[in-house]
Design a protein around this ligand. Structure first.
Ligand SMILES: *Cc1c(COP(=O)(O)O)cnc(C)c1O
Length: 361
């Protein structure tokens, strides 16, 4: 096996890292891919010891994702397991700044911890940099998500990170939408990057998995300790599938992004649509239907290729009206449909969508 903890040299470019990082050494008869190591325990005397502490298949995935983010990586049972482990870093009664339009599960975790007296949450409009900078003043942790899910707002990561660090707060970026190929927050001095690897990293709508990346060895150690103790570890097969998916991340992101930007351009002229939100990169587009929530619900049931389903970042195009979830932020428009653009032919996606949109009128 490769020296599990040394990622490939940083001089390699992202597409090469996606394909090569986290592989066994090129020895005769070595498998090209990291095998699925099914083991709850290991023969004593080594470094692994027990299945809750370490697994070579996790390590292979962590090496590859860590190499792409430019830090060390720890994987978790799901994106929200990673979110919860990071929120658990702050001391009792600390203030945590959170985007009001962060992933609803993240906002709910903060609200839940606040309700139980564990911390204080302050919701902010992430596009109002001055307000976020002010909120940083007495914070212990500043949570960023950029672009936000599903509002697709962009945060000024460098400015907010500087303000947060002046206040002595940790900065976290949920990088699920951008992926490490379109945004590397650790390069802006961010302390921790969180992923729902369920989405683009795995990329095939068949895995739940989370990850945290950092350059701070102390934080890495604390988070590893929390994972050992709380046990929110990934499944071995899930880690293997996620690594298999990650091998094509660059190709999938490139095609999703090309399709998304083309669809955003075309949709802007459609009379059934009041607003198109597209941040200029990535594979997620949000549209607001001119005729309201009912039209949005109808749309999601009228297509043949576009699948009505939650989640995002898979090879297949999916969409949903986000406010169908009671837990989505009330400031998200009722008629907003979040579209996760897949890697199909863009004209087939367009034809399917336009047929359904024209049908609404
Ligand atoms: C889906 C998602 C999460 C939660 O991840 P799970 O893998 O579903 O637990 C967190 N953040 C963002 C931005 C997401 O889209």
């Amino acid at each position: 096996m490769a020296d599990a903890l040394s990622p490939k040299p940083a001089t390699l470019r992202p597409a090469t890292l996606a394909v090569t990082a986290g592989r066994p050494d090129h020895e005769p008869d070595a498998p090209l891919n990291a095998p699925i190591t099914m083991a709850s325990t290991y023969v004593a005397g080594g470094d692994l010891e027990y299945g809750r502490y370490a697994n070579p298949t996790w390590t292979a995935l962590e090496d590859a994702l860590g190499a792409l983010e430019g830090g060390r990586c720890l994987t978790f049972a799901s994106g929200l397991a990673a979110v919860g482990t990071v929120l658990d870093l702050v001391g009792a009664d600390s203030k945590v700044v959170v985007p009001r339009h962060a992933y609803h599960g993240t906002v709910m975790q903060v609200a839940d911890l606040e309700a139980r007296g564990r911390l204080r949450g302050e919701l902010v409009d992430i596009t109002d940099t001055d307000a976020v900078v002010k909120a940083c003043a007495d914070a212990a942790l500043v949570w960023l998500e950029s672009p936000t899910n599903p509002a697709l707002e962009i945060a000024d990561i460098p400015t907010i990170t500087e303000a947060a660090h002046e206040a002595g707060a940790y900065v976290v970026v949920d990088n699920t939408f951008a992926t490490p190929l379109l945004q590397q927050p650790l390069d802006h001095g961010v302390d921790l990057v969180v992923h729902s690897a369920t989405k683009y990293i795995s990329g095939h709508s068949d895995v739940l998995l989370g990850a945290v990346c950092t350059r701070d060895e102390e934080l890495y150690g604390v988070l590893k300790g929390r994972r050992d103790l709380l046990g929110a570890i990934p499944g071995t097969f899930e880690a293997w599938l996620a690594l298999r998916g990650l091998r094509t991340l660059h190709l999938r992101v490139e095609r999703s992004q090309a399709n998304a930007s083309e669809l955003a351009r075309r949709l802007a002229d459609h009379p059934a649509i009041a607003e198109v939100r597209y941040p200029g990169f990535g594979g997620i587009v949000a549209i607001v239907l001119a005729q309201g929530a009912l039209a949005a619900d109808l749309l999601t049931h009228k297509t043949k290729l576009w699948v009505h389903a939650t989640s995002l970042g898979g090879v297949e195009s999916t969409f949903e009206r986000r406010r169908r979830w009671k837990t989505e932020a009330p400031s998200i428009p009722e008629a907003l449909v979040r579209m996760s653009v897949g890697i199909e032919d863009v004209d087939d996606l367009w034809d399917d969508l336009v047929r359904a949109l024209d049908d609404l009128r």
